[in-house]
Ligand binder design. Structure first.
Ligand code: NAD
Length: 260
């Protein structure tokens, strides 16, 4: 269903982003992946995406803390793929600390990667999408776009912010064939979640098992992690023609977390 479409997925060397890139490629889209990691592993994924899609697959090492690098990434994608139809602002990092001890440099980094990078990506992509008369802008937000947890000031602020950004872009592009939406998963089992377990253990004086059961899945009434495939399926749905009326929305898939 995405043959001829060209996508950029940020933060797609791992976790949710990589799964979204694979889902878009499986429907025939050319995909540019982005993020950090082992060069050989990334090249293997890039080649796999090209084989899957039968189209182009590119890798950009653009740092999502740097607006100039993001603009250059979009310009390169437009040049080498002859356009950009879909952008997924997915790169994200976490840091867990109480507000009085929250390192200011961590605040700046999280706001830059989890929020401001989506601004730069969208800003560069919208003129290209307007020319084509079609576009899909998707941000991986979080249940933390709607609710908070202690120790996550920067993350919660960034995720609340990104829903406001997408609502604004949705209004500005409403008559251009472009949609702008967020996907808000609850806890998804990825390296990002795995990495925050030690900090949460320290911050709350809990064991690993207590963090998994009493902190992470305590919030999720289904008592199950959301899967990366479920999130990718939602991203794919938002790219379909049937989703053209969904814009400015926050697609929540959190096992009932924010229903409480
Ligand atoms: P992950 O750690 O598996 O992947 C993060 C990706 O971002 C990696 O590819 C990494 O290389 C990239 N990245 C990090 N810093 C970067 C930078 N400066 N420039 C470019 N790329 C950078 O994490 P994930 O769990 O797949 O998270 C992806 C998104 O989903 C994030 O926005 C996260 O907030 C969101 N999310 C995750 C969960 C969850 O439970 N895992 C829940 C809700 C939302």
């Amino acid at each position: 269903i995405l043959k001829g479409k060209r996508a950029i997925v940020t933060g797609s060397t791992s976790g949710i982003g990589l799964t979204i890139a694979k889902a878009l490629a499986a429907e025939g889209a050319a995909v540019m992946i982005n993020g950090f990691g082992d060069a050989d592993a990334i090249e293997t994924e890039r080649r796999g995406l090209a084989e899957t899609s039968g189209a182009n697959a590119l890798y950009s090492d653009a740092d999502m803390t740097d607006g100039d690098q993001i603009a250059a990434m979009v310009a390169r994608a437009e040049g080498e793929m002859s356009g950009v139809d879909i952008v997924v602002a997915n790169a994200g990092v976490q840091h867990v600390a109480p507000i009085a001890e929250f390192p200011p440099e961590k605040w700046d980094q999280i706001i830059a990667i989890n929020l401001t990078s989506a601004f730069h990506l969208t800003r560069a992509a919208v003129p290209i999408m307007r020319k084509a008369g079609w576009g899909r802008i998707i941000c991986t937000a979080s249940a933390h776009s709607l609710t908070a947890s202690p120790g996550k000031a920067a993350y919660v602020a960034a995720k609340h912010g990104i829903t406001g950004l997408m609502k604004t872009v949705a209004l500005e592009t409403a008559t251009d064939g472009i949609t702008a939406n967020c996907i808000s998963p609850g806890y998804v089992w990825t390296p990002l979640v795995e990495k925050q377990i030690p900090d949460t253990m320290k911050a709350r004086g809990l064991t690993r098992e207590q963090v998994m059961e009493d902190v992470l899945l305590a919030a999720q009434p289904t008592k199950q992690f959301v899967t990366v495939d479920e999130v990718a399926a939602m991203a794919l749905f938002l790219c379909r023609e049937e989703a053209r009326s969904i814009t400015g929305a926050n697609m929540v898939m959190d096992g009932g977390w924010t229903a409480q």
